[in-house]
Design a protein around this ligand. Structure first.
Ligand code: KIV
Length: 280
């Protein structure tokens, strides 16, 4: 059954945990969907894990649109959340609504996500008024990495925690259907989760959240540049891939691959006809 924003609300009411994973292409979206994950986030983390940038600030709307379209084609039941990239909503309310609308109209996404609280409350409210579900994102918001001076856990002091609480409240008041809490201490995640009626989706924010999200390359050992403390590696597919690539390299170079099993035959008559034509 298709997951919707209502599914999220009902799951929070029933105390059922919500699962979200990132995906950036058709094949991965199909696998995530098949696993029964409730939601797929086409995160701007694709800047790092797909495009090799040091952070997400160089990701453009065109990059996102390309990947969101592919994910939507592969996601049957998961709710697709399209991440709004840096400078696609901060600049004005008009830009925010226009760009959010592109994800719905051009790509077929189910919702959008954007970072920030009090400062982007008007943008969230305007997008929601346009009929587009919005997921908020507060705490360690990666688009602000340059302002934070690196990927640093947020909300550790009482003052900083109060600001994140105010941001989370602003997101809910603006009409968001869910909120990502990233890189904050567990007690703060607990306070926010109990305070809000909308579900909280945690990443590095403890089990006190209503759901969890991870970047799939991180949890499968496919991205080795940097692994945050909060990532649990469910498999090491990176190592499995390198081993398979090495095996292929060896087999091609030693003539082991491809054998007859992987080769197309040609009709004897057609072959002798061809040979005769070539001799003439
Ligand atoms: O871009 C992303 O993948 C995200 C998650 C880390 C929540 O925003």
């Amino acid at each position: 059954m298709k997951n919707t924003t209502q599914t999220f609300a009902e799951m929070k009411k029933k105390g059922e945990k919500i699962t979200m994973l990132t995906a950036y292409d058709y094949s991965t979206a199909k696998l995530v969907d098949k696993a029964g994950i409730n939601s797929i986030l086409v995160g701007d983390s694709l800047g790092m894990v797909m495009l090799g940038y040091p952070d997400s600030t160089r990701v453009t709307m065109e990059d996102m649109i390309h990947h969101v379209k592919a994910v939507v084609r592969g996601a049957e039941n998961a709710l697709v959340v399209a991440d709004m990239p840096f400078m696609s909503y901060q600049t004005s309310i008009y830009d925010a609504v226009k760009n959010a609308g592109r994800f719905i109209q051009e790509c077929g996404a189910d919702s959008v996500k954007l970072e920030g609280g009090v400062d982007v409350k008007e943008q969230i409210s305007a997008i929601v008024k346009a009929g587009i579900p919005v997921c908020g994102h507060v705490g360690l918001t990666p688009q602000s990495v340059k302002a934070f001076g690196g990927f640093k856990i947020q909300g550790k002091s009482a003052e900083a925690a109060k600001k994140i609480i105010a941001d989370a409240k602003a997101v809910e008041e603006a009409g968001a259907f869910a909120i990502v809490l990233e890189g904050i201490p567990a007690p703060l995640a607990d306070i926010i989760t109990n305070m809000l009626t909308i579900p909280t989706i945690g990443i590095g924010a403890s089990k006190n959240c209503d759901g969890q999200v991870l970047v799939y390359q991180d949890m499968l050992g496919l991205y080795s540049d940097f692994t945050p403390k909060f990532v649990k590696k469910y498999d090491n597919l990176g190592e499995a891939m390198v081993n398979a690539f090495k095996k292929y390299d060896k087999e091609v170079k030693t003539g082991v691959f491809p054998t007859e099993e992987y080769t197309y035959k040609m009709d004897e008559e057609a072959l002798s006809g061809l040979q005769a034509a070539l001799i003439k």
